[in-house]
Design a protein around this ligand. Structure first.
Ligand code: 5GP
Length: 341
């Protein structure tokens, strides 16, 4: 047994220090990023925020709306091919085809990619440390040499390097921070998300790879902190939940409208997709009722407004400069914001 003594930080443990700036207005801030990826020739530009590939948020209705703002959507892995085929070219170009790491997942991925001209693949498993996953990433890279492949989830530098060397362009970072994730409670495993992003971004950027910070953002300020910590992309579940574009019905509780949002490893999800939960595993996700927030557009504009404003506070004319300009200060009190959007 060994104990690492250095402190690992979460979003709530820091704030950004304001800096002298020549920017006069938020409107001067450019949030678009231009990326070239390590293993292929694909050039992408847009605002690097992705709706999570969960049943509730990874929908084509969400993709349609987010595409208008140059954001991306990871479509849930159970989306049927004929639904993909109904989408416009622009929506498909702003979406990710998702898969796990089983043979079934691989076959479904191959079948989808045969019919759909989507540039992005998101390989997503709870524990990206398993040897089998790196082999699966290699197999996927060999089958799709021209696609952008994102793979995860992990939280430490050495495995980021392994996944990038196995063929991932982007490594997805986050074990345990998700709003409906119970991994830390059920297993005691996890890593504070801000430190995970800082350490993984450092490892990825050294190899010309990218990272996507996945999970734990609860307010626009957390999105700012994740980019400031070095994230190239950010994936959001909870912040995009409860909108018109999400899957699921609206219902009333105590006279107020809500929608159901569940973890993809929750009992609810297992029962929906597999009929029941296997006896050998514990659910590592929960189900929650989220307040209804109306159209996703308002939330998108709120997040982008927060990002622009943060850039003016630290003197970053472009989102690209935010991490370079950022100085975090550690704070002692727990900030526990309630996000009214
Ligand atoms: P959020 O933005 O809601 O905090 O986090 C979204 C992320 O939580 C997803 O992208 C995914 O990585 C993770 N997640 C989704 N469902 C589950 C689950 O059931 N269990 C765990 N451990 N993580 C989940």
């Amino acid at each position: 047994m060994r104990i690492e003594e250095d402190i690992k930080l979460d979003f709530k443990d820091v704030l950004l220090r304001p800096k002298r700036s020549v920017l006069r207005s938020r409107s001067e801030v450019d949030l678009e990023r231009h990326y070239k990826f390590l293993h292929n020739q694909h050039l992408w530009h847009g605002i690097p925020i992705i709706a999570a590939n969960m049943d509730h948020t990874g929908t084509f209705a969400m993709a349609k709306e987010l595409t208008k703002h140059k954001l991306l959507t990871a479509i849930d892995k159970f989306a049927p091919i004929d639904e993909w085929q109904k989408q416009t070219k622009t929506v498909v170009k702003h979406s990710w085809v998702s898969a796990g790491s089983s043979d079934d997942d691989f076959n479904r991925l191959k079948a989808t990619m045969k019919q759909v001209d989507c540039p992005f693949i998101c390989l997503d498993i709870a524990n990206g440390y398993s040897e089998h996953f790196a082999t699966f990433v290699k197999k996927t890279r060999a089958a799709f040499p021209d696609k952008v492949i994102m793979a995860g989830n992990v939280v430490t530098g050495e495995i980021v390097e392994q996944l990038i060397l196995s063929g991932a362009d982007i490594v997805k970072v986050g074990i345990g921070p998700g709003s409906v994730c119970t991994t830390r409670i059920k297993t005691g495993v996890g890593y504070p998300q801000l430190s995970a992003i800082i350490e993984c971004a450092d490892a990825a950027h050294g190899l010309k790879g990218h990272v996507c910070a996945d999970g734990g953002c609860t307010v626009p300020g957390d999105v700012v902190k994740a980019f400031a910590a070095g994230a190239d992309f950010i994936m959001l579940g909870h912040m995009f939940a409860g909108h018109d574009e999400c899957a699921g019905e609206l219902f009333e509780l105590d006279g107020k409208p809500y929608m159901r949002f569940y973890g993809m490893s929750s009992k609810e999800s297992m029962e929906k997709h597999h009929g029941s939960m296997a006896e050998y595993r514990a659910s590592e996700g929960r189900s929650v009722n989220v307040p209804y927030h109306g159209p996703a557009r308002d939330t998108v504009l709120d997040i982008l407004g927060g990002l622009r404003s943060a850039c003016t506070y630290v003197g970053a004319a472009r989102l690209k400069e935010l991490a370079k300009r950022a100085t975090f200060i550690r704070v002692t009190q727990q900030i526990n914001p309630i996000y009214e959007h």
